[in-house]
Structures are given as structure tokens and as C-alpha cells.
Design a protein around this ligand. Structure first.
Ligand code: XMP
Length: 265
């Protein structure tokens, strides 16, 4: 079983604050640690120079497994980090673009395919935040698998993890099978700890965790995911399945809410 060392995962460490300066005056300072997908030895990439570096990155990644290097987004100007017009009132900035999501999900699928080949795989996804990520991940997986869901809900409607209730129980038999537990975000770790405590007694042959996002700054439980899409800073994120008060799940990118929305303004 291959497992990314945390340093090899794409890290979203900085992003634009749109209120800072107009795009023409803004100095690009997005620092993205994206190890060219599955290349575990690459170094941080400063997107300031990506237009110039596109050729060399492409050459550098040519020998790597995974998708061809997609440079379409590199041609966009710095202010492409602005959300599309319908979302500008509510979303402060784009943290992870649609193109980056697509590339990373594709790479995760390749890795999962390799690790679970020849097994008897059951994907257990947590409702509701995984729906978009899961749909893309599933379509990228070319191996036989079964799919089931566990419904988990927090007592509260908005941000944060309150008390948990299970709204749907697992129906498939996972005993003696490989289980890949999929969640949208690993934050405090309370949700996944509760779910693991439910799954372990069912005696799966292997039990691994895949999350789209990892927010290690807020961790309260000793838990780590085996497959991580992106490690993100301590910010409340929405989109690509993640919600705030059940809204924003349909955003095709992961974004940051305007504080006035998060504060109920
Ligand atoms: P814990 O803290 O239990 O969190 O690891 C897991 C669940 O809490 C929700 N969550 C978020 N939802 N943006 C969201 O839209 C966030 O930044 C966020 N942080 C935690 C989410 O449902 C996750 O499964």
C-alpha cells in the first residue's frame, strides 16, 4: 500500500484576498505545493513563474504516471482566482480551481486503482458532502467495486462539527473485504473517528481513508487519511460538495465564503 508522505501532498498555503489590490497591481503570491501529481520528490511551485515554467514542468512530468500536464489554467491572468460572476457576492475567492480538482482527483484514482487491484473493494462514502468528489472519483476508477453510503449529520446546520447523528446505516457486508472510506474533509477528525469505530468491528480485510481535503490545524482526534487530495489552511471552505447551511455544494471549485455570509449577514 502506497501512502503519500504529508509533505508530498498538494498544499494550498496561500491565496488571494480579493480585497487587497486590483489585479493589475497585485503581485502574484500564490504558493502551491503541488508535487506534479504522484511525483513525490518535487519542490514547491511558485505560480508567479508558471507561464514561463509550463514547458519545463511538462517536460519534467512527462515520465510520470498520471494525466498529461494541463496548462490551460496557466494562461489565465492572476484575477482568475476570482469566483465566476454568479458567486462573487458570496464567495470571497477560489481556493482550489476546477482544473486543479480534476487533475488531483484523476491522480488519486490512479493511485487507488493500483493499491486495490485484484481485491474485493467496497467504497463507503459519507453523505452528503462527498457527492461531487465521489462522482468524479468513481468515474475515474477502472476496477470492480461496490458502493455504499453512511449518512452522518451534525446537529448544527451551519459551520463546524457539533454532535453527530447517523442518518443512514451501511447495508453492504464489508466483512473480509477491502473498504475505502471516502469523506469530503478531515477537520477535527471526530466524524471519521466515529465512523471508523462503527466499521472496524465489521472486520473488513483492509480499511483505508480517502479525503478530498485535510485541514490538520484543527485536528482533535489522532487520525490520518491514507489518500488526501489537498491539505488546506484553517479556513471554512465550500463548494465541490461542501456546504454552508446546505448551500454551495454545486460550486465547481472549492472556495472561501465572504465573512459576512459566514456571520449570517
Ligand atoms: P470533522 O471536524 O468531524 O469534520 O473532521 C468533518 C465534517 O465537518 C464538515 N466540515 C466542513 N464543511 N467546510 C464545510 O463545508 C469546512 O471547512 C468544513 N470543515 C468540516 C464536513 O461535513 C465534514 O465531513
Amino acid at each position: 500500500m502506497h501512502r503519500d508522505p504529508p509533505s508530498a501532498r498538494p498544499q494550498v498555503t496561500e491565496y488571494y484576498k480579493l480585497s487587497e489590490k486590483p489585479p493589475s497591481l497585485r503581485k502574484r503570491r500564490t504558493l502551491i505545493f503541488e508535487p506534479a501529481i504522484l511525483n513525490l520528490n518535487s519542490s514547491p511551485v511558485d505560480e508567479t513563474h508558471l507561464n514561463k515554467q509550463a514547458g519545463s514542468r511538462r517536460r519534467g512530468s512527462a515520465a510520470l504516471p498520471g494525466p498529461p500536464f494541463d496548462k490551460t489554467h496557466l494562461k489565465k491572468p492572476a484575477h482568475s482566482q476570482r469566483p465566476p460572476p454568479p458567486w462573487r457576492e458570496e464567495i470571497r475567492s477560489v481556493l482550489i480551481s476546477r482544473a486543479r480538482l480534476a487533475r488531483r482527483v484523476h491522480a488519486l484514482a490512479r493511485q487507488i486503482e493500483k493499491d486495490f487491484a485484484g481485491g474485493d473493494l467496497v467504497i463507503v462514502a459519507l453523505l452528503n458532502g462527498t457527492v461531487v468528489f465521489l462522482a468524479d472519483l468513481l468515474r475515474g476508477l477502472s476496477l470492480p467495486l461496490r458502493l455504499d453510503f453512511i449518512g452522518v449529520s451534525s446537529y448544527r446546520d451551519g459551520a463546524g462539527s457539533g454532535g453527530l447523528i447517523f442518518t443512514k446505516e451501511l447495508r453492504l457486508d464489508v466483512s473480509g473485504r477491502d473498504v475505502l472510506l471516502v469523506d469530503d474533509i478531515l477537520d477535527t477528525g471526530r466524524t471519521l473517528s466515529r465512523v471508523l469505530a462503527k466499521l472496524r468491528p465489521l472486520q473488513p480485510r483492509r480499511l483505508k481513508i480517502c479525503v478530498l481535503l485535510d485541514k490538520p490545524a484543527r485536528r482533535l482526534e489522532k487520525i490520518a487519511a491514507d489518500y488526501v487530495g489537498f491539505t488546506i489552511p484553517d479556513e471554512f471552505v465550500v463548494g465541490y460538495g461542501l456546504d454552508y447551511g446546505e448551500k454551495y455544494r454545486n460550486l465547481p471549485f472549492v472556495g472561501l465564503l465572504h465573512p459576512r455570509i459566514a456571520q449570517g449577514g
